[in-house]
Design a binder for this molecule. Structure first.
Ligand code: HEM
Length: 446
């Protein structure tokens, strides 16, 4: 049967229309072509949830369970192959997966424990990073133009990553720039290699000298984790932080284009907007592949053992059997969405990612009294990707809030003078010069 391509121009402009066309033609499971390779695209809510929850028995995440791959039928240069071959927790099953996942859960715990010291330090760091990004955007004056995707929502999680990784600011600059290049597609192969080498060094250093950071906590939780394994796990951070940047950007769009929302944006209200945006426009729209371990009847088809499925979170959320439920007074909660996954691979970092989104949006709205998109929402440019739903840019005009304009710090680096270290609340000393230079680079690259 000739297969429809998933990633067409239509998909880039409005994936929802493509999901609906596939659903109307095939039902909850559609045979599609993803960049030349046949894949079962699962877009029924019940089917996606069922596969996520039954991962251990019927489905595998290991690429060597893919029949076509094992038989040499997947071209070596297929663009998604390197990702699927990655040797990390996202692509393992069973005990290997459980052990690595346990290290993540333990490593993230101190940052996600609301009353804990680490979580509070991280929260203060997040607010500072938001302020740094706003300061650089607003240097042109109290009113002007900015790109909230390139200058705010994408760099913010990378700054948070340095805090999680427990790196010094000098080392952090290189990591930041390479993570940026990796996500941006500019010199991504070189960036991948440098990033991997840097994370291997970091893993080695943290094993010798523990700190209050994610790699040290992961080593503590799983002492038999080798440095190489830890570096491979930490490589996943770039992707996860990219999803977080996309979610933040999608929430900003909602917050600045819905005038009623802006009036009532308390922290609780922003958290609810984050939840609604995660449902209506999930940053991680489709997941990497899973492979059937046996013949399975799904929708109108039988998926043969060894066939790949791509679970579509965005497709599942648009499924009338799920989305239609919200219109009546039934008991299904909007929190039953799948944006964080479900079952044994469910995201262990939901709280942290939600907190990052809430703080980033709240701080932006505090610091700017006016933020107006310069393009209609339906003309905003999206990045082409089978996995993420992320804006390429979010151009706006802004007005700095007078409540905060007095606090803008002058950018000394641009005049050749290094910034003094800034002493922050909580006593953290923060040398800003390298960081601000990096942020200026982003602005020049616009
Ligand atoms: C908006 C941001 C994020 C979204 C939408 C998201 C979503 C998800 C989803 C859907 C999965 C399940 C994938 C699957 O079943 O195939 C997942 C897994 C995972 N996420 Fe997140 N995530 C986000 C941010 C983060 C962050 C910031 C971190 C780490 C700091 C993180 C760490 C992980 C890990 C380690 C896994 C693999 C879990 C496993 O395989 O057991 N995520 N995430």
């Amino acid at each position: 049967m000739p297969l429809e391509s998933l990633l067409t121009g239509d998909y880039e402009v409005d994936p929802t229309l493509v999901y609906e066309r596939l659903r109307a033609r095939y039902g909850p499971v559609a045979p599609v072509d993803v960049l030349g390779v046949p894949v079962w695209f699962v877009l029924g809510y019940d089917e996606v949830l069922h596969i996520m929850q039954n991962a251990r028995d019927a489905w595998s995440k290991r690429v060597d369970h893919w029949r076509a791959y094992a038989e040499g039928g997947v071209p070596a240069d297929w663009p998604l192959l390197a990702l699927l071959q990655a040797d990390n927790s996202g692509f393992h099953d069973g005990d290997r997966h459980r052990g690595l996942r346990g290290a993540w859960i333990a490593g993230l715990r101190p940052f996600q424990d609301p009353g804990g010291e680490q979580a509070q330090r991280l929260e203060r760091a997040m607010v500072r990073h938001c302020d740094d990004l706003v300061d650089v955007m607003a240097e042109a004056g109290p009113t002007g133009r900015a790109d909230l995707a390139g200058q705010y929502s994408r760099p913010f999680p990378l700054l948070v990553a340095n805090h999680l990784l427990g790196v010094t600011i000098e080392r952090g600059e290189d990591l930041l720039e390479d993570q940026w290049r990796l996500l941006d597609g500019s010199d991504s192969a070189g960036a991948y290699q440098r990033l991997h080498a840097a994370l291997l060094d970091l893993a080695t250093a943290k094993r010798q000298r523990h700190g209050d950071d994610l790699p040290s906590y992961m080593i503590e939780a799983k002492p038999d984790l080798t440095n190489e394994e830890l570096a491979r796990e930490l490589m996943m951070l770039s992707g996860f932080l990219d999803f977080t940047g996309s979610l933040i950007c999608n929430v900003i769009v909602e917050a600045i284009t819905n005038p009623r929302l802006r009036e009532s944006l308390s922290i609780g209200a922003i958290e609810e907007v984050v939840n609604r945006v995660a449902l209506a426009n999930p940053a991680l729209a489709n997941l990497t592949l899973r492979y059937a371990r046996m013949d399975v009847k799904l929708g109108r088809f039988t998926i043969a053992a060894g066939d790949p499925v791509m679970l579509s979170i965005a497709g599942a959320h648009a499924d009338p059997r799920f989305a239609g439920a919200f219109t009546s007074d039934n008991i299904r909660s909007t929190r039953a969405h799948l944006a964080w996954g479900a079952g044994p691979h469910r995201c262990p970092s939901q709280r942290l990612a939600t907190q990052m989104s809430t703080i980033a949006v709240r701080r932006l709205l505090d610091r700017f009294s006016v933020l107006t998109p310069t393009l209609p929402v339906d003309r905003l440019p999206w990045r082409p990707s089978p996995f993420v739903r992320a804006l390429r840019s979010l151009p706006v005009t802004y007005e700095v809030s007078t409540r905060f304009s007095g606090t803008l710090r002058p950018a000394r680096e641009t005049r050749g003078e290094p910034s003094p270290p800034a002493v922050q609340d909580g006593g953290d000393v923060r040398p800003r010069s390298g960081l601000v230079t990096f942020l200026h680079g982003l602005r020049r690259g616009q």
